[in-house]
Design a protein around this ligand. Structure first.
Ligand code: HEC
Ligand code: HEC
Ligand code: HEC
Ligand code: HEC
Length: 158
């Protein structure tokens, strides 16, 4: 019978090892918490961590905040095909701008635009409602904003 017991002992020792490890290393307040499985397994104390997490976006949906100091950009964007894109989507978090940061990021890389405009060759993809270009053939090597004004994308091109 020892040929059965020997591998079985290995399994028993492994299971006992895992249980012992869990006992010492998994925090006591780890579990599914009050809301059931809605938020999955997490530490109860982690909920407070997230409540305290500093937000960094202004979430100015109608861009009325930016309007105060950059009215020209807001006007131009709202009259363009990009009207539905919030300024912060391209310029990053702006909660305390212009105090901190005094300037927002300006990203001129092709990647900024290609995350939405690279053609996806999948017919069913809902993403295809956005006009796509093939990055390999559409003016490769040049920044998109050399030709497209990001706040009025077809200005001067039609
Ligand atoms: C209270 C006035 C004020 C508000 C509101 C404001 N900005 Fe600014 N912004 C400034 C000032 C001042 C600068 C720095 C001066 C400059 O370079 O034009 C600046 C700079 C910037 C720059 C960098 C410009 C550059 O040439 O480097 C961007 C991009 C920008 N702001 C975007 C935004 C966006 C997007 C919002 C809305 C979420 C916003 N700003 C709200 C005053 C403001
Ligand atoms: C689709 C991305 C995108 C959106 C949306 C966007 N911007 Fe920009 N913005 C850019 C890029 C890229 C530049 C740099 C353009 C360049 O230098 O040719 C820029 C430049 C700027 C500048 C610097 C001055 C200038 O014109 O070069 C300001 C200020 C600015 N944006 C404000 C805004 C505000 C305010 C909004 C919302 C109303 C906004 N942007 C929305 C991509 C965007
Ligand atoms: C967050 C996604 C997103 C980003 C980032 C973005 N765009 Fe767009 N773009 C759109 C959407 C959505 C439309 C409007 C589609 C429609 O016609 O309803 C659009 C429209 C356009 C159009 C007009 C196409 C046409 O036939 O009318 C051009 C050109 C364009 N974008 C270029 C750019 C450039 C250049 C950048 C980078 C500076 C950029 N886009 C960044 C989502 C994006
Ligand atoms: C050398 C100038 C130039 C550069 C650089 C450029 N484009 Fe264009 N783009 C144009 C012109 C001109 C048109 C309109 C004629 C056409 O469809 O080719 C256009 C059209 C578009 C369209 C509309 C296509 C459609 O079918 O409606 C999108 C989207 C676009 N460009 C996105 C981009 C993106 C994203 C980049 C950067 C990765 C970029 N462009 C770089 C000149 C340029």
């Amino acid at each position: 019978m020892s040929h059965v017991w020997r591998p079985l002992w290995v399994v028993i020792v492994l299971v006992a090892g895992v249980l012992t490890f869990r006992h010492f290393y998994v925090p006591k307040d780890f579990g599914i918490q009050e809301q059931g499985y809605m938020y999955g397994f997490h530490r109860l104390s982690n909920e407070q961590d997230w409540i305290n997490f500093p937000i960094s976006y202004k979430f100015s949906k109608d861009d009325s905040y930016c309007q105060q100091c950059h009215p020209g950009h807001v006007k131009s964007l709202l009259a363009s095909p990009h009207a539905i894109i919030p300024c912060e989507d391209c310029h990053g978090p702006a909660l305390n701008h212009p105090d901190n940061p005094p300037k927002l990021q300006i990203d001129k890389r092709r990647a900024l635009c290609l995350r939405c405009h690279a053609n996806l060759p999948y017919p069913g993809a809902g993403r295809n409602v956005m006009p796509g270009i093939d990055p390999l053939t559409h003016n490769p090597g040049q920044e998109c904003v050399e030709c497209h004004n990001p706040h009025n994308v077809m200005e001067g091109l039609q």
